[in-house]
Ligand binder design. Sequence first.
Ligand SMILES: [Zn+2]
Ligand SMILES: [Zn+2]
Length: 218
Amino acid sequence: MIDLHTHSLFSDGELIPSELVRRFETLGYEAVAITDHGDSSNLDHLIPRIIQVAKDLNDSQSVKVIPGVELTHVSPKLIGTLVRRARSLGAKVVVIHGESIVEPVAPGTNRAGLEAGADIIAHPGLISREEVEMAAEKGIFLEISGRRGHCLTNGHVARLASEVGATLVLNSDGHAPGDFMREDFARRVVEGAGLPPGSLSNLLSNARLLLEKIGYPL
Ligand SMILES: [Zn+2]
Ligand SMILES: [Zn+2]
């Protein structure tokens, strides 16, 4: 299993990175990205610290840890600048907190994230067909979310991505141990989104592709 969207106590998660990763290790995960909420106030605080702990953990335990960030409620006008800033600070997975229907995310956030070449648009809500086509063209991954609330539009995202040929990944967006998905639950989330039986392995292969692309092959 692989999870490319999780939160530690560097934003609003419950666990320090070492415990977060240990919890994933006991669940048998191969890789986890730590992607705390970021905007222009905290990227320089967050990213170097996550890079440091990822390095130490990668030297000392089995789960591959990828330092990332989730640009969250950033004005669409600023998203391009902050994606570049996050990458120059060393974030390897840049997630955009997409237009979930359960939060007042600014319209245009999904599109700005696609234009900026982020890695993953998380919980993209009622994303348009045109934007899903952009994701497919640019090789940007769209998220099927295990998170309550954000998961309400998984069916819409799965259907459009399947029609258009965009690439999906499954993430927990976990903030606490109870959010981290066991394989049987992950399978049910994927099939609950309307994807055919067996699709979990496709989504995991997609996550592996992303890991290869960013230099963390499994
Ligand atoms: Zn959060
Ligand atoms: Zn998140």
